[in-house]
Design a protein around this ligand. Structure first.
Ligand code: KG4
Ligand code: ZN
Length: 343
């Protein structure tokens, strides 16, 4: 046998599935390298200003087989090459999770291959270990996980020994950004729109108070309310206030949220003597969060780990890398496991 093929025999091929919210995704990883990562995003929710769970599970049902099929074909493998099937077990929307979980179980039974359950939040964080040719963090490091559903400061001692240092006590950062966007009628999800418009605005044009929360915890519901009340007052004087100040409003609310997020991360790193900081989750695509993290790390001579855009929002490659580490540890799941909705 050719030496390269011989070597390939010892590598692990994992098919992974992600369906926790509104993206149906399947990926194939060979060890820590991506062979394919297919994502079907659901546009149906835009007109409702948020994810409609019933519509999400229906769309997953339609997408799951074509998405898995293209992931396998794009990877250039056959079903028989798969060593294990990784799937997101939770947290997420129950109806959405059930589609991916049921599919993974059926596929595992049909192929006679083992199942590996993955926690969606761990997958976001472990996406930093996908081989992209870029440097990867070493333990211990801190990761700020910021998405539409979660805001957490995590201290990673090991791939699966993850200490929760702090988290939001109410809304997630992405939720706050999306709500601010909704107030300004910018559509859903508003995070990327605010990011784009903020580039033309002055981040110090308006000030929104951030709450005093102990330790490394966050609270975002107050910021959203103060933004809402601020606009209500200004709109009384100028009914077109939003149109007249849109870039400044976007830049100011984004600056408030990013500043609040990173201030706590900086404190956590100093207090725990950590010199490597990563960001993960949908909001880690935010350009100000990325550049400010770089600036802070440069100031302290820390190392910043900023994910490629395709790994920020939900995708199955991150589930695949988490499954790969579990495969190495022999941590397999059995067919009786139900999905879970809370982290
Ligand atoms: O991780 P994710 O895809 O889904 C969840 O698990 O929640 O995160 C989605 C969130 C949304 O709130 C979206 O507005 C936000 O990530 N987001 C952004 C940007 N891109 C996505 N927020 C700010 N700036 C962006 N560029
Ligand atoms: Zn996510």
């Amino acid at each position: 046998m050719h030496p390269i093929n011989d070597y390939a025999i010892h590598m692990t091929t994992i098919l992974s599935i992600e369906s926790s919210c509104d993206d149906t995704s399947a990926a194939v990883l060979r060890d820590d390298r991506i062979l394919s990562n297919v994502i079907a995003s659901q546009k149906v929710h835009e007109q409702y200003g948020g994810v409609v769970p019933e519509l999400a599970s229906r769309a997953h049902q339609q997408n799951i087989i074509p998405v898995v099929d293209s992931a396998i074909r794009q990877a250039g493998i056959t079903k028989e090459d798969i060593d294990a099937i990784g799937f997101t077990r939770g947290p997420g929307l129950l109806g959405s999770l059930m589609v991916g979980v049921s599919f993974a179980k059926s596929f595992s039974l049909a192929l006679g291959k083992p199942l590996i359950e993955v926690n969606h939040l761990q997958a976001h964080v472990l996406s930093h270990f996908i081989d992209t040719g870029e440097p990867r963090p070493t333990f211990p490091f801190i990761c700020l996980l910021v998405s539409g559903g979660h805001t957490q400061i995590l201290l990673l001692h090991d791939h699966f020994n993850i200490e929760l240092l702090g988290q939001t006590i109410d809304d997630a950062a992405g939720e706050a950004i999306d709500k601010a966007a909704k107030i300004m009628d910018l559509g859903y999800p508003g995070g990327p729109v605010i990011d784009r418009l903020a580039k033309e605005g002055n981040p110090d044009a308006f000030r929104f108070a951030t709450p005093h929360i102990a330790g490394y915890d966050y609270s975002f519901s107050g910021i959203k309310t103060s933004f809402l009340y601020f606009l209500r007052d200004r709109l009384k004087e100028d009914p077109d206030f939003i149109q007249h100040h849109l870039p400044d409003l976007c830049a100011s609310i984004q600056n408030t949220i990013v500043g609040f997020l990173l201030k706590k991360v900086e404190h956590a790193a100093i207090d725990h003597h950590i010199n490597q900081i990563a960001i993960a989750g949908g909001v880690s695509a935010n350009s100000l969060l990325r550049s400010e993290l770089q600036r802070i790390c440069h100031k302290h001579r820390w190392q910043a780990f900023i994910p490629k855009f395709q790994f920020c929002t939900d995708n199955a490659a991150m589930v695949g890398i988490a499954a790969y580490f579990k495969y190495q540890r022999g941590e397999f799941a059995d067919l009786s496991l139900p999905p879970y909705t809370r982290g």
